[in-house]
Every structure is written in structure tokens, then in C-alpha cells.
Write a protein that binds this ligand. Structure first.
Ligand code: DC
Length: 227
């Protein structure tokens, strides 16, 4: 049953890499007038900037010191959040495939997860958000009004990601994308800190056979009563 909250509703969208979460979240945010909170972007920003500063493999201790005075500037944009460091826009740089691996590694570390969690909760305080990631419904917003878990076959996810990269002019083998994705899936599901899990009470959707517009319509039907 929909519950009236003093703040606006929080919608969480979790699932493995390449399931189509960000495309879906962007469309839902536009159609339902919600703020799109892409949590993966925060892990990517930490990985990119930490690597830029140290240039080497990072320990939990090093990252704790780094995060203590790391100021990430966050502002809402039409396609999601815009991120900058000291006025330098990093919104595009964090999407590079090389950053995906680093993000998946730093995301296994507790101090990094706590840093991201605090920022996400602050941004979501007024409500009317769709928060997308791996642990939005389980850890960051366990009290969310609507929880969606989006899945698709690994082969289909790898192919979609490969097509996306092709469209951006990036040459990479489909096999490489498949294996990288399988590895990240395993790390996301098996890590000790907030692993990828289906949240209790989540609406589970396997979009393998659906076209993206159908998925948007299904989700709108699920979310709308709570807004
Ligand atoms: O969704 P993405 O590919 O941009 O995420 C990059 C990495 O960040 C991914 O390997 C897992 C991690 N991540 C996470 O651990 N928890 C989240 N809520 C979102 C992303």
C-alpha cells in the first residue's frame, strides 16, 4: 500500500552491469519528474581522481586519507548528474571503460562505500529521486517506497554494452566486454561490503526479451501510485 511520507518518494533501481539501468533510470526520471541519482558515477569519480593523484594501486588507508579532503562538485543535469573537481568537468571522463575496472575495485572498500552513501543520502533527502546502482534498495535506501531489480542475460548485457561502445567509436572485442563484465558481476555479487543482492520486496524484472520502451511503461505503472 502506498504510504504518505513527509518527503517525496524514493525509488531504487538495482541490478548487474549492462542490464539497462541507466537508460531506464534516465527515462523514468524525465517522465516522472524525478532526480536521477547514479551511484556508480560516484565510485567512478573516486577511481578516476584517486588514480590521477596516485597513479598506482590503492589501499584502503590511502583512499581514506584521500577522501577526507576530496571535494566532488555535484549538480543536476538533463542527462543525470554533472560531476566536477575543482571546476574541471569529469562527467564524460568517468565513463571510459578503463575507469570501470577501477570503480569496481574501489567499490569493494568500506571507507569508499561510506563516503558514497553519505553523499547519496544527502542528495536524496528531499525525496522524488530514482537512485540507481547495486545496493540502493538493500543498504543506502532500505526505506524506499519502491524497489526495482533489473536483470538480463549476461550475453545480452555484454552485447548491449559492446554496441554502446561501438557507437561511441571505441574499438573493443565483444569477447573482452563479455569477460570484463563477467568478472565485475562476480566481484559485485561476492564482495563482503554491500554485495549486489535482490532487495526484499523488490519488483524483479528480467528485460532480456523486452524492448526498452515496454520496460519503461511497466515501471511507470509500478511507481506512479507512490508519487
Ligand atoms: O553502474 P556502474 O557500472 O557505473 O558502476 C561502476 C562500479 O561501481 C561497479 O563495478 C560496481 C560499483 N557500484 C557499487 O558497488 N555500488 C553501487 N551502488 C553502484 C556501483
Amino acid at each position: 500500500m502506498p504510504i504518505n511520507h513527509p518527503r517525496g518518494a524514493i525509488v531504487t533501481l538495482d541490478g548487474p552491469a549492462g542490464a539497462g539501468k541507466s537508460t531506464l533510470a534516465k527515462k523514468l526520471a524525465q517522465r516522472l519528474n524525478l532526480l536521477y541519482l547514479e551511484s556508480g558515477a560516484f565510485y567512478r569519480a573516486v577511481a578516476l581522481e584517486a588514480h590521477r593523484r596516485s597513479g598506482e594501486l590503492l589501499s584502503s588507508e590511502w583512499l581514506t586519507t584521500f577522501l577526507a579532503d576530496f571535494e566532488l562538485q555535484v549538480s543536476p543535469g538533463s542527462q543525470g548528474l554533472k560531476l566536477a573537481v575543482n571546476g574541471r568537468d569529469i562527467t564524460a571522463a568517468i565513463r571510459e571503460p578503463a575507469v570501470s575496472e577501477g570503480a569496481s575495485l574501489v567499490a569493494t572498500l568500506r571507507p569508499v562505500r561510506q563516503w558514497v552513501l553519505a553523499r547519496l543520502r544527502q542528495l536524496a533527502a528531499p525525496g522524488r529521486v530514482i537512485a540507481e546502482g547495486r545496493d540502493m534498495g538493500t543498504r543506502v535506501f532500505p526505506e524506499a517506497e519502491v524497489k526495482i531489480f533489473l536483470e538480463a542475460d549476461l550475453k545480452v548485457r555484454a552485447r548491449r554494452r559492446w554496441l554502446e561502445l561501438q557507437a561511441q567509436g571505441k574499438t573493443i572485442h565483444l569477447d573482452t566486454v563479455y569477460h570484463d563484465m563477467a568478472l565485475r558481476d562476480q566481484r559485485d555479487r561476492e564482495r563482503r561490503e554491500d554485495p549486489l543482492q535482490v532487495p526484499e520486496g523488490a519488483y524483479r524484472l528480467d528485460n532480456t526479451g523486452y524492448d526498452p520502451e515496454q520496460v519503461v511503461e511497466i515501471c511507470i505503472t509500478v511507481i506512479e501510485p507512490y508519487l
